[in-house]
Design a protein around this ligand. Structure first.
Ligand code: DGY
Length: 435
């Protein structure tokens, strides 16, 4: 990333934040894996953990590799790397391992999460190839199996875009992107349960009860069909093509391809090339001309979500470009950036469903900012990338290491002392990373 302007806070404050970010990583570290934050999320979460590895790679590369390795203890026989690895039961979280009723030997949830792992593994490996080689050799087949799982189990025949079969799989639980498809999930008969998240965080910042009923109903459906992922995608109550996962996987495929080259793994490289050839088709399917952006699309009805989510701008990160379309996408991005002082809002502030405090319906997330800006920078949109980076820096400097932030006021929201926000600070947002 290019050099920053000089309007920065005094050096003392910078040093404190760097130190505090390291403390957060260490405090939330449980041996070989890291909690997103104590209380609210007391286990290992898939993509959280990979951003944590990125943060650790700034201070302790060995620990960063260990974080990735521990995540794959939760990999199923069919290749899926689960979205939560439980290992133990914690009373502070619902739904825990018993509700998911998984069949894997280490208790896990039954769906996956955005596959940032191969990209992070490439980053770790390239920092020190000598140190990473053996570890990469062990992880590479696991990454291949996971990506193959997405390309077979989460694609509806004839399509190429990646489906999520539970909003939790997208990592963007209550995004308006899922509203319409979620409406078609009938919550009648859901087993009574008690939410635990509201004991940690203000209800206004979390999904609604009506959404939770449907989240749990979807878990019950998966459990009742023995977590047959192919059936869930083909026939389950919820299957939505997600630009977030589709673009993150396309990027991760490119990085996996580079890793295959490093290892001389020719057969794998050929298989990845096939996946990569489909990513443009997937992007075409997700382009919504009505809003000049990529958008989620209900695979049961073909209908688009009608609002712009921040993941729409991950097409650059994925390496997908279409010049005429990109001109429109850039206009959309400029409009969104101009409508929120603390970019990048997770949902369009000009849309009636925008809610500046409620989780994925508006708030700014440091991890998405990092991914979007990384792609923009690579495609020559350095100014916008830098603007997003400086906004991320400012919002953390002013408010601390929150889970997410109000894009209008900058107020910290959700969990505090949040590991992935600290990790993104260390790896990308801190002035320490300027050079
Ligand atoms: C939660 O419990 O809020 C998580 O986002 C599920 O992954």
């Amino acid at each position: 990333m290019s050099k920053l302007p000089t309007d920065e806070p005094p050096a003392a404050k910078k040093i404190d934040l760097d130190k505090r970010a390291i403390e957060i990583l260490r405090e939330n570290s449980w041996g070989d894996y890291t909690l997103p934050t104590k209380g609210l999320y007391p286990y290992q979460w898939n993509w959280d953990s990979m951003f944590v590895a990125l943060g650790f790679s700034e201070i302790d590369l060995d620990r960063a590799w260990t974080e990735v390795e521990s995540l794959f203890q939760g990999q199923w026989k069919n290749g899926m790397a689960a979205h939560i690895v439980f290992r133990r039961d914690s009373p502070s979280y619902f739904p825990g391992p018993k509700i998911w009723g998984g069949t894997h030997e280490v208790a896990t949830s039954g769906c996956s999460q955005p596959p940032v792992a191969a990209t992070i593994v490439r980053d770790l490996y390239e920092k020190d190839p000598q140190m990473g080689e053996e570890r990469l050799r062990k992880l590479f087949p696991r990454l291949m199996r996971w990506h193959r799982w997405f390309h077979t189990m989460r694609v509806i025949s004839g399509g190429a875009a990646i489906a999520v079969t539970h909003p939790w799989e997208s990592g963007r639980d209550n995004s308006p992107d899922w509203d319409e498809a979620l409406q078609n999930v009938d919550p009648t008969g859901v087993t009574p349960y008690q939410r635990k998240d509201l004991g940690h965080v203000d209800a206004e910042m979390r999904p609604t009860d009506a959404q939770y009923d449907r989240y749990i109903k979807l878990v019950e459906y998966g459990r009742n069909c023995g977590w047959d992922h192919s059936q869930i995608t083909r026939e389950g109550p919820f299957a939505v093509a997600d630009p977030g996962i589709t673009f993150i996987l396309a990027r991760a495929d490119r990085d996996l391809r580079a890793l295959a080259r490093y290892l001389g793994a020719r057969d794998s490289a050929r298989e990845i090339d096939k996946w990569l050839r489909r990513s443009q088709l997937a992007a075409d399917y997700l382009w919504n001309d009505q809003i000049d952006a990529y958008a989620a699309r209900d695979l049961r009805t073909g209908r688009f979500s009608d609002g712009v989510s921040s993941v729409a701008f991950l097409s650059y990160y994925a390496g997908i470009t279409r010049p005429r379309r990109d001109a429109k996408l850039q206009k959309t991005l400029t409009r969104i950036l101009d409508s929120a002082p603390y970019s990048l809002p997770s949902f369009d502030p000009q849309h009636p469903k925008f809610d500046s405090r409620r989780y994925w319906r508006g708030p700014t997330w440091a991890i998405v900012n990092y991914l979007v800006a990384r792609g923009l920078e690579e495609y020559g949109f350095a100014e916008k990338a830098q603007r997003i980076r400086l906004d991320t820096r400012k919002v953390i400097q002013n408010n601390g290491f929150y889970e997410y932030f109000d894009p209008i006021t900058g107020a910290g929201s959700g969990g505090n002392h949040f590991t992935w926000t600290a990790a993104i600070w260390l790896a990308w947002a801190s002035p320490m990373t300027d050079n």
